[in-house]
Write a protein that binds this ligand. Structure first.
Ligand SMILES: *[C@@H]1O[C@H](CO)[C@@H](O)[C@H](O)[C@H]1NC(C)=O
Ligand SMILES: *[C@@H]1O[C@H](CO)[C@@H](O)[C@H](O)[C@H]1NC(C)=O
Ligand SMILES: *[C@@H]1O[C@H](CO)[C@@H](O)[C@H](O)[C@H]1NC(C)=O
Ligand SMILES: *[C@@H]1O[C@H](CO)[C@@H](O)[C@H](O)[C@H]1NC(C)=O
Ligand SMILES: *[C@@H]1O[C@H](CO)[C@@H](O)[C@H](O)[C@H]1NC(C)=O
Ligand SMILES: *[C@@H]1O[C@H](CO)[C@@H](O)[C@H](O)[C@H]1NC(C)=O
Ligand SMILES: *[C@@H]1O[C@H](CO)[C@@H](O)[C@H](O)[C@H]1NC(C)=O
Length: 290
């Protein structure tokens, strides 16, 4: 089984040896041999960009498939990494572009750490990715548009970072079910094509710098339960289509600048609605809300 793997990886290793002159940027104790797989190398690079003392248990005393937080595939690809679950691990440093080499990765969960710098565009090479959670870090820069290649992405949580940029490319992620980009610095308008993501049940864009109007196409999202657009700079009328999303449990547009009236029958079809947040001073027909 290993025989087939060893040779190409050995050449890959030679490539790396050539392009990164010794000494290796690996932490002490890391031994790279001709048996080191591409996935293991990618992990070693990932570790090498974290601050000193991170992931000390990732060492040569055990196979990388047994390192804490590393999930390898089952029978068909036992040596390929399918998950990295390292949330709340006190990790600081930067994200290595080498993560983009973990081509079998389905789940990347690095939430609630102290990671800084940019999200590497190389993550867009992870075409099998289903869950990406980088929330509660200090990540900056734009959300790389290369992520649109991760067409199997179902959960994208980048909340509580310092990310910028606009959102137009998001609509290509038609598999997405859970999208949380709240508490960042995202600007521009809410793209109306977001309404095309029919599997979405959780959408939070809260606490960003979004402006423009709320697109009426959002009303097309027929299983949406959670729609949080609060604390932005949205203006204009709340489209009546929103009152048609019968699955809605939470709707917030608080701390924006919407105008116009709320139709008297607005809540008739919202039988699941539990919470609604609005800055009521900007509405003219508040009394009709009763
Ligand atoms: C890998 O290294 C071992 C010694 O550690 C050696 O016996 C083997 O021939 C090497 N394999 C290749 C493909 O170079
Ligand atoms: C290597 O990792 C093991 C756990 O996997 C840990 O017990 C051991 O202390 C580590 N060794 C070093 C030198 O950090
Ligand atoms: C990632 O893979 C590419 C080839 O696909 C290789 O050139 C590069 O050195 C690898 N980088 C790391 C850090 O593994
Ligand atoms: C993402 O990670 C954070 C921090 O660990 C966690 O609170 C949050 O629930 C995760 N998001 C999802 C969608 O699982
Ligand atoms: C969104 O859906 C409409 C039809 O419902 C379609 O005409 C339009 O091309 C779609 N847009 C994108 C960007 O997929
Ligand atoms: C808020 O949006 C309006 C246009 O709707 C724009 O003129 C204004 O600059 C925006 N303010 C901020 C702080 O982004
Ligand atoms: C809301 O739904 C009703 C019936 O399901 C439909 O007649 C109406 O056009 C919808 N309104 C909007 C604004 O989509």
């Amino acid at each position: 089984m290993n025989g087939a793997l060893t040779l190409p990886i050995f050449s890959l290793l030679l490539c790396i040896l050539r392009s990164y002159a010794l000494p290796f940027p690996f932490p002490n104790g890391m031994i790279v041999t001709n048996r080191t797989t591409a996935d293991e190398l990618a992990l070693l690079y990932f570790k090498s960009m974290l601050s000193e003392g991170s992931l000390v248990s990732w060492n040569a005393s055990g196979s990388y498939c047994r390192w804490p937080g590393v999930v390898c595939g089952s029978h068909r690809h036992p040596k390929r990494i399918v998950g990295l679950r390292l949330h709340s691990h006190e990790l600081s440093g930067r994200l290595s572009p080498s993560l983009g080499n973990l081509s079998y990765l389905q789940e990347l969960n690095l939430g609630n750490n102290h990671l800084a710098g940019q999200i590497p565009p190389e993550l867009g090479r992870l075409v099998r990715l289903q869950l990406l959670n980088l929330s509660e870090n200090y990540l900056q820069g734009s959300i790389p548009v290369t992520l649109r290649r991760c067409t199997g992405l179902m959960t994208l949580d980048l909340s509580s970072n310092q990310l910028q940029g606009e959102l137009g490319w998001l609509a290509i992620l038609t598999s997405i079910e859970f999208l949380d980009l709240s508490q960042n610095r995202i600007s521009g308008e809410i793209p109306s094509v977001l309404g095309n993501i029919s599997k979405l049940w959780h959408l939070s864009l809260m606490d960003n710098k979004l402006s423009g109007t709320i697109p009426s196409s959002l009303g097309l999202m027929s299983i949406l339960c959670w729609l949080n657009l609060g604390v932005n700079n949205l203006s204009g009328v709340i489209p009546t289509s929103i009152w048609n999303i019968s699955s809605l449990a939470l709707f917030s547009v608080k701390k924006n600048m919407p105008s116009g009236t709320i139709p008297p029958n607005a809540f008739n079809s919202l039988s699941h609605l539990e919470k609604i947040y609005m800055t009521l001073t900007s509405f003219m027909a508040v009394s009709q809300l009763q």
